[in-house]
Design a protein. Structure first.
Length: 186
């Protein structure tokens, strides 16, 4: 940067500090391309560089009155741009971690749902092969969540009979579920 360019920038900064919007537009025009290249190198993304640059100019317009040395504008605006790039990179990193965690959680949920669906299908297959009274007792107890006493009332049998039938139906179900798919199809 030449001496003439430095002096021009200093005068523009002083005018900006006095509220001259045209001077601010000239500063933006003079520094935009350099700062964009810097932001692009730091973010690795053209679009991100533009976003960062927009945030940079908002920060500059808000804080330029606090800049004590107009000659320090170049270093000051580069520092603001670098900080905005660092913030952008951190946000992207958090976003990627959150997406990865969500993706992993969603995959786990899908696997769990598939596993539950498979278990439910196996259970349905098992129940389809059982005598009606075993199906009824297991369904009333596990699906409908009725107590032994309530099942006895529904089936109009003594509670001891319900307990006995439930015990043997569970044993048959356990045996069926422990078999391999090949053994079940025989």
């Amino acid at each position: 940067m030449t001496q003439h360019e430095r002096i021009t920038d200093e005068l523009l900064v002083l005018r900006c500090q006095e509220g001259d919007a045209a001077a601010f537009d000239q500063l933006v025009a003079r520094w935009q391309e350099r700062l964009w290249r810097h932001a692009w190198r730091l973010t690795g993304s053209e679009d991100a560089a533009w976003d960062v640059l927009q945030e940079t100019w908002i920060g500059v317009s808000r804080d330029i009155r606090r800049l004590n040395d107009a000659a320090a504008f170049g270093a000051w605006v580069y520092r603001i741009t670098s900080n905005k790039c660092r913030d952008w990179v951190r946000r992207q990193s958090r976003r990627r971690r959150a997406e990865a965690a969500y993706s992993e959680e969603a995959r786990d949920m899908q696997l769990e749902a598939a596993h539950q669906h498979e278990q439910a299908a196996t259970l349905r297959d098992a129940l389809a092969q059982f005598p009606k009274r075993d199906r009824a007792i297991l369904t009333l107890h596990y699906n409908e969540r009725f107590s032994v006493g309530q099942i006895a009332d529904i089936l109009q049998v003594p509670p001891g009979t319900v307990k006995s039938r439930l015990f043997y139906a569970r044993q048959r179900l356990r045996h069926f579920l422990e078999m391999t798919p090949d053994e079940r199809s025989k």
